[in-house]
Design a protein around this ligand. Structure first.
Ligand code: ATP
Length: 285
């Protein structure tokens, strides 16, 4: 990492989130520096989206604090680009891809402070960066899932955020589209030096890209490089049940031996809930 740019973009200190008796995560410490790519993993309901909502200033913590460039997080901070969990498909909305990207400038200094020509140039550059020029004038609903997701990446990045939050951007995409979208985000963070916090059910599509992972399970969190967190010992401790981590053909497979209380409510796969969750083959909600 370049020396002058080492001040963290995001600092999470001692963050704890409880809903009633239930602790989603406790004592979470995490720093993201410019250009760092951090993936958030964990079973369904482990609190991944809640963590992103806390960073967005939408979810108050039970304890601890979250700072963005040293400031306490607050709603609507334009230094954050947000790629929400998407609903793909044609909802009949006639909004064109480039209009959606332009919405990423709404309320932004680039959106209000610049002449139209500069705004158009910013949108064009964002579309070009994700290779979406070809379908920029088409209604978003007619695009493929991967194309839609490229447009959403452009929308999240057009305001030049210093932190990109992505909530399961690979879900519903086939393997080649997963690769395209994750590489786009990887290229963007290298080019713009934005930090990335990226939720994914499956670590494999981002294996060669992520600097560190945050693994949430059993009310606990582990933060570290993939090779330190994805071990049978660490995941068995987090899940409080024997879990086997297998590396084969450059992929990581996590096999859970038994059901776990945290997973009972919604995995839909009573035989192998952890493997199901980690590999994201059957996303819910
Ligand atoms: N405001 C709230 N009040 C009470 N419970 C909540 C609230 N927000 C979230 N929860 C609960 O916290 C748990 C974690 O939710 P969250 O969406 O963060 O999990 P997740 O890890 O993103 O799950 P998934 O992988 O299923 O998307 C869920 O059981 C959810 O119902």
């Amino acid at each position: 990492m370049d020396q002058p740019a080492t001040d963290p973009v995001l600092e999470v200190r001692g963050a704890t989130l409880r809903f009633g008796e239930r602790t989603l995560w406790a004592g979470l410490d995490l720093q993201i520096r410019p250009g760092e790519f951090v993936a958030v993993l964990g079973a369904n309901g482990s609190g991944k989206t809640s963590l992103l909502r806390a960073v967005l200033g939408l979810q108050p913590l039970t304890a601890g604090e979250i700072r963005l460039h040293g400031d306490r997080v607050r709603r609507g901070d334009r230094r954050i680009g947000y790629l929400p969990q998407q609903r793909l498909g044609n909802d009949g909305t006639p909004v064109r891809a480039r209009d959606l990207v332009a919405l990423g400038l709404a309320g932004h200094r680039l959106g209000t402070g610049l002449p139209n020509r500069s705004r158009r140039a910013a949108v064009d550059a964002a579309l070009a960066a994700v290779g979406a020029e070809r379908f920029a004038r088409q209604p978003i609903g007619v695009l493929s899932g991967g194309e839609q997701q490229r447009v959403r990446v452009a929308q999240a990045l057009v305001g030049e955020p210093t932190l990109l939050l992505a909530d399961e951007p690979l879900v519903s995409l086939d393997l080649s589209q997963q690769r395209i979208v994750s590489e786009l985000i990887d290229d963007s963070r290298r080019r713009t030096r934005c930090g990335v916090l990226f939720i994914t059910h499956d670590v494999n599509p981002v294996l060669g890209m992520v600097d560190r992972v945050v693994y949430l399970a059993g009310g606990q969190a582990r933060v570290g490089p993939v090779e330190e967190v994805f071990t049978s010992a660490v995941l068995s401790e987090l899940y409080r049940t024997p879990v086997e981590v297998i590396r084969t053909h450059g992929r990581i497979i996590v096999v859970g031996a038994a059901a776990h209380s945290e997973l009972e409510h919604d995995t839909g796969d009573p035989h192998d809930p952890i493997a199901h969750d980690v590999h994201g083959s059957g996303h819910h909600d």
